[in-house]
Design a protein around this ligand. Structure first.
Ligand SMILES: [Zn+2]
Length: 118
């Protein structure tokens, strides 16, 4: 599984464009757009489970944010905020809710030796 093409809504694309080319950040919107792009990237790599994909996205979203122009600290704060929002998911979206192993030192921690998460 996996692929070479991901689809994002125009709103997410615009938020990413504003970040990358205008250095225009609206914290919650920019955070969400980074999370979504990172999420789709993990699907392209072949990860299918939504909760696992989202856990990885919240972690790689930090580097992605840095690459597109926010500081490491801001990117980390953004992904932590997304993680908190994620914990509030219920009902139809609950398949996206990250599992308990999605934490510092947990089974889904991509960098267990680094003592920050995400
Ligand atoms: Zn997904």
């Amino acid at each position: 599984m996996g692929g070479t093409r991901a689809y994002l809504t125009p709103e997410r694309c615009y938020d990413l464009y504003r970040l990358a080319f205008r250095h225009d950040v609206v914290f919650s919107r920019t955070a969400r757009a980074l999370d979504v792009l990172a999420h789709e990237s993990w699907h392209l790599r072949g990860v299918r489970n939504e909760a696992r994909t989202e856990c990885y996205a919240l972690q790689s979203g930090v580097k992605l944010g840095e690459r597109l122009g926010v500081s490491a600290q801001t990117a980390a704060r953004m992904m932590r905020a997304q993680l908190i929002e994620n914990s509030l998911l219920i009902g139809g979206d609950s398949e996206y809710r990250v599992p308990p192993e999605c934490r510092e030192g947990g089974a889904l921690d991509l960098a267990p030796r680094r003592m920050t998460f995400p």
